[in-house]
Design a binder for this molecule. Structure first.
Ligand code: UTP
Length: 294
């Protein structure tokens, strides 16, 4: 019987250099967006798809992630004694999930980070979520990818169309559309120059992988930036097995760099029941000030 996707791997061992000095001693994944750390959005997205086992691949200076998803009994007692039941429920909401932590040791690339989870993933398909790609929860990207996995039992990557000017920041695919928004991938290139990109379809931070990928990572030679690239392992895999790309047309906030992080904050603050009204008024006042300056 084909196994279901029950586990998620969240690689969080990168150095976060685009956020220095903020990330010198604290993890990028713990930067807050409105009232939650970035990584919690990804965990909640996977939880909404029925995933309850999380494998966090961490590195130096990432302990705050473990503390965040741990029980906080002193805080819970404090909130209980003050009758702050709503906040208490909020901080306990993810307590039923299981988290395993594994250290990457050296940041040798995304492919290497995923390989570190091999013993925990075992012989099962699994989701990978890169927490600095924040997906609007209403647009249900991972849920749709899981449906496709349950139909095809093959590797599924999330894709988005990106402008040519940004293409050099992504893994880019070539492929044939086999049904609406589903591509059978025939080739992929990591961070190509715009002139060498095979399409404008970029791989974004959600994957459903099968355990075959580990073998292919093991034989991947370090590529761009001397890192073991997941894209190179996937490229070897697609010569042997089908790999599909699902074109996501919903909202993604790329919080991996400063400008994207600020945009994600604005977009999500405008949706947050606790701040949206005040924040909207404030933004309108900023817009009118800016318009006067032009
Ligand atoms: P990024 O390319 O965004 O790198 O990694 P980064 O280190 O997080 O940030 P910058 O570029 O230095 O600013 C994509 C994802 O892969 C993880 C990162 O934590 C991030 O979630 N990653 C990357 C690892 O876990 N290990 C690595 O060796 C590299």
């Amino acid at each position: 019987m084909t196994k279901k996707v029950r586990k998620a791997v969240l690689p969080t061992a990168g150095l976060g250099t685009r956020f220095l000095p903020a990330t010198k001693a604290s993890p990028k994944e713990m930067l807050p967006i409105v009232d939650k750390p970035m990584i919690q959005y990804a965990v909640e997205e996977a939880e909404a798809c029925g995933i309850s086992e999380f494998i966090m691949v961490t590195g130096k200076s990432k302990r705050a992630i473990e503390d965040h998803f741990d029980y906080a009994w002193e805080l819970e007692e404090n909130l209980r004694s003050k009758g702050e039941h709503k906040m208490l429920d909020e901080i306990r909401r993810l307590n039923h999930l299981q988290f395993a932590y594994i250290r990457q040791g050296l940041p040798l690339g995304l492919g290497h980070a995923i390989h570190c989870s091999k013993a925990f993933v075992n012989d099962e398909p699994f989701a990978v979520l890169l927490s600095d790609d924040i997906i609007d929860p209403d647009d249900k990207l991972l849920k749709n990818m899981m449906k496709l996995y349950n139909k095809y039992h093959a590797t599924i990557l999330a894709l988005q169309r990106v402008p040519r000017s940004d293409i050099h920041r992504y893994g880019v695919i070539a492929g044939n559309e086999v049904q609406k928004n589903l591509f059978r991938i025939t080739d992929m290139v990591e961070k190509p120059a715009a002139s060498a990109a095979p399409s404008d379809l970029a791989i974004i931070g959600r994957y459903i992988l099968t355990p075959d990928i580990f073998r292919f990572i093991e034989t991947t030679i370090p590529g761009k930036g001397k890192e073991i690239q997941l894209t190179d392992a996937l490229k070897a895999l697609l010569k042997k097995k089908p790999v599909f790309g699902f074109l996501f047309e919903g909202r993604r906030y790329d919080a991996g760099d400063k400008a994207g992080y600020l945009k994600a904050t604005v977009e999500l603050a405008l949706k947050s029941p606790s701040v949206k009204d005040d924040f909207r008024k404030y933004l309108l006042s900023v817009i009118s000030k800016l318009q006067k300056e032009i």
